[in-house]
Design a protein around this ligand. Structure first.
Ligand code: 3EB
Length: 350
């Protein structure tokens, strides 16, 4: 085995999307955490004690298995709290938990368990600030007991966060919540920090934590984006973003228009983030992330809209996932990590 290929990453946090083969071929001690999408053949994390979230969402384009790899150049230590596996540097902690609904009494109980254990992990480790959370639950739009499962999840998430003494509006983490393949456990992975981030809302949208009750008895608890400082760089986490204006879904049935509206929402978030980022500039070209597509047949329409908008430097993976509103067909989430004070990327197009 050649260890010569062990590259020295520049300081700070890094995000990359790799095929499972690329990930497994590259030995690196600096992995903070991994999310493997459709990655059934990924036997174990590398290093072996790095948290690995196995998310069951089919990959629609390119490689059949995609790894989202978070790396950090700082010294790392691994640990666990009950079912939560985590790995951390001085400032940041990546964690994940999976709970099968059959093990507990259904989705509400699985969500309660996951969020209770996440809260306890943060409280006991001292990484008190939840920055970014990814949630994947099977059959997200299915009705169960008169309530859509996404709404049941929202109720349980809100109640567990309240029980954990956490805020339910305002300074709440960026997040995504998507469907996963039937039979999948509830999978939650997250980044937490020792210091408070800056949360960003979208002036074009009602804050999700203030959605009216028509979307469910308990609002989803997430911010539209979060800005996090870490060793000389600034990370921007953009939550799952869809074709929602105000609180309403728009362009229902028109996939191309939904994609364009989603981009307008992301551009609005980039403007808000840049205004709060004191000199660091984020643009579409500096983003990496995931595009969630409800119906695989819509992929070419979505790609045709995104291709001219996303500059060459942007790296997105396409996953099949149900979106948390029946009438939405596409959702996009993204992250960018830029040196503090860095201006526009060379391929920025505005
Ligand atoms: C929306 O804007 C679309 O429940 O954590 C996006 C991001 C969405 C996060 C969540 C839901 C969540 O309401 C759905």
């Amino acid at each position: 085995m050649s260890l010569v290929s062990l590259e020295r990453a520049p300081p700070g946090l890094h995000l990359e999307y790799l095929s499972a083969a690329e990930y497994q071929a590259r030995p690196s001690a600096d992995v903070l955490g991994i999310a493997a999408f459709n990655g059934a053949s990924l036997d174990e994390a590398r290093p072996a004690d790095a948290p690995l979230a196995r998310v069951r969402t089919p990959v629609l384009y390119g490689d059949t298995e995609v790894c989202e790899v978070w790396r950090c150049s700082d010294p790392l230590t691994s640990g666990g709290h009950n079912r939560v596996r985590f790995r951390r540097c001085d400032e940041l902690l990546f964690g994940c938990i999976a709970v099968a609904e059959e093990e507990v009494a259904g989705l509400h109980a699985a969500t309660t368990l996951a969020y209770d254990e996440i809260c306890t992990t943060l409280d006991t480790s001292g990484y008190l600030h939840l920055l970014r959370v990814w949630n994947y639950l099977p059959d997200i739009n299915r009705e169960a007991g008169g309530t859509e499962r996404y709404r049941e999840f929202n109720t349980a998430r809100q109640q567990a966060l309240r029980a954990g003494g956490r805020l339910l509006a305002g300074k709440v983490p960026a997040a995504s919540a998507l469907g996963a393949t039937t039979g999948s456990p509830l999978v939650v992975y997250f980044l937490a920090g020792r210091t408070a981030p800056t949360f960003v809302e979208n002036p074009r949208q009602v804050s999700a934590y203030h959605y009216p009750r028509q979307y469910g008895s308990h609002s989803p608890v997430f911010s539209r984006a979060a800005l996090v400082r870490h060793s000389g760089s600034l990370a921007l986490f953009i939550s799952g973003t869809a074709s929602i204006v105000g609180h309403r879904s728009t362009h229902v049935g028109d996939i191309a228009a939904q994609t364009r509206e989603t981009l307008v929402n992301i551009e609005a978030l980039l403007r808000q983030a840049n205004a709060a980022a004191s000199g660091t500039h984020f643009d579409l070209g500096s983003l990496a992330g995931k595009v969630y597509v409800r119906r695989p047949a819509d992929l070419p329409i979505i790609q045709a809209q995104l291709a001219p908008a996303l500059a060459a430097g942007a790296h997105f993976v396409y996953l099949q996932a149900d979106i948390c509103r029946q009438d939405l067909s596409v959702e996009i989430e993204a992250a960018a990590i830029r040196p503090l004070g860095a201006g526009a990327t060379p391929d920025a197009r505005q």
